[in-house]
Design a protein around this ligand. Structure first.
Ligand SMILES: [Zn+2]
Length: 51
């Protein structure tokens, strides 16, 4: 299962599991936008697709 988060800046983060997705989106948000997102925030933004 691939999980995808599309940031408001149009950056797309994809990962194969929840922990990796959370880590990558959290890193993107804090380094690029200086925003701290919680795990719940990130999972609420995520789309899953079976593939
Ligand atoms: Zn972004």
């Amino acid at each position: 299962m691939t999980m995808t988060v599309k940031c408001f800046c149009s950056a797309v983060v994809q990962a194969d599991d929840e922990d990796t997705l959370v880590a990558q989106v959290s890193h993107h948000a804090s380094s690029v936008h200086d925003v701290e997102l919680t795990r719940d925030d990130i999972l609420a933004m995520a789309n899953s697709s079976e593939s």
